[in-house]
Design a protein around this ligand. Structure first.
Ligand SMILES: *Cc1c(COP(=O)(O)O)cnc(C)c1O
Length: 359
């Protein structure tokens, strides 16, 4: 079978040139005589890989000097717990905005550590919108405000940075980091699992402002303490070395594409034409308020759900894979991260039009 256009939400498609380079370097990385998989994380070869990877991320996102950049394990899910553990700093409350399944998971986990004040929620609208900022109910005594910039399952994305007042703003950017420019200085913490828009699974990027480092109580395990991880360059335990290397290759690729501003233009174009195709059809629809539609994850349903199975089977046959929606919402979902070529989106749109014509 030829390589398909893979619309998986994560782990997801990687640029083909990255996979080819990894293949070429698999047995012998840059004349080192070793595969990256076999290298000591303390050795000079891997140290060079790690440093270049971190510097490329700092450059791409424009991360200011007063932030630590950590590469941890446990996914975004571990951060759901690590954030309250690290930055409650003696306070008993945190504010959360609930815009979908991933916010809900973050809220549930935080509830083990503190009182969670729901500052705003779109649950009554079935997570198809984002509550207007001026309706958010913040508590100035809370430790921080948490939100999810892109809801991977519901296909809802913030177009602006919310105003958190004096509260540190904490954001789960797992599924839209590196897809659009971001002013890191507006945030206390940005975190993201890498398997959506950055590389393979197994690494979690955590960008944390210096004043939020070193606040964890002594009972927090060392590997979960931002300060201890920062001091150890995220190598308090053996890191996921090969995944760091692949992440580094994706960042180099992104720089070659012209960086985030350039990829954003592609993302606007790709998402724009897919939503247009959905809106113009009578068979397909997307429930999300236009202003908040995600550029990364495009859920859609068929007017007749009885056709779902045939749609998915035929799509698979046509080399368009992983289109089923999340099991919790059903329907379809096309994840079109940075690495999805525009030709893949075009192929999906053509397939959808042909399916509509014949059904
Ligand atoms: C996938 C995802 C998560 C969970 O990531 P893990 O790495 O599996 O823990 C959390 N938040 C968002 C927005 C996601 O897309």
């Amino acid at each position: 079978m030829a390589r398909i256009y893979n619309f998986s939400a994560g782990p997801s498609m990687l640029p083909e040139s990255v996979l080819l380079q990894a293949q070429q370097e698999m047995l012998n990385w840059q004349d080192s005589g070793m595969s990256v998989i076999e290298m000591s994380h303390r050795g000079k070869h891997f140290m060079a890989i790690a440093e270049a990877m971190k510097n490329d991320l700092i450059e791409l996102l424009g991360i200011p000097a007063n932030y630590k950049v950590l590469f941890l394990q446990g996914g975004a899910s571990a951060q759901f717990a690590m954030i309250p553990q690290n930055i409650l700093n003696g306070k008993t409350k945190a504010c959360y905005v609930n815009t979908g399944a991933w916010s809900t998971s973050a809220i549930k986990e935080a509830g083990k550590y503190c009182e969670v004040q729901i500052a705003a929620t779109s649950e009554a609208e079935k997570f198809t919108t984002i509550p207007a900022f001026d309706t958010w109910n913040l508590d100035k005594d809370a430790a921080y405000l948490h939100y999810t910039s892109n809801e991977t399952i519901h296909g809802v994305e913030f177009s602006d940075v919310p105003d958190a007042g004096d509260l540190p703003l904490v954001c789960d950017m797992s599924s839209n980091i590196l897809s659009r420019p971001v002013d890191v200085s507006r945030y206390g913490i940005i975190y993201a699992g890498t398997q959506k828009n950055m590389g393979p699974s197994g690494v979690t990027v955590v960008i944390v402002r210096d004043d939020l480092v070193g606040l964890a109580p002594k009972t927090v395990p060392a590997v979960f303490d931002y300060q201890q991880q920062a001091k150890a360059d995220s190598m308090l335990n053996t890191p996921a070395t090969y995944n760091w290397y692949l992440l580094g290759l994706v960042l180099q690729w992104l720089k070659q594409q012209g960086g985030i501003a350039a990829i954003e233009q592609q993302n606007i174009r790709k998402a724009g034409k897919l939503y247009q195709a959905i809106d113009q059809s009578t068979l397909y629809s997307n429930p999300v308020v236009k202003e908040y539609r995600s550029r990364m994850n495009v859920p859609f349903v068929l007017a007749d759900a009885a056709l779902d199975k045939e749609f998915l089977a035929l799509a698979d046959k046509n080399g368009l894979g992983s289109l089923p929606g999340h099991r919790s919402v059903g329907g379809m979902r096309a994840s079109i991260y940075n690495a999805m070529p525009e030709a893949g989106v075009d192929a999906l749109i053509d397939f959808m039009a042909e399916f509509e014509r014949t059904h």
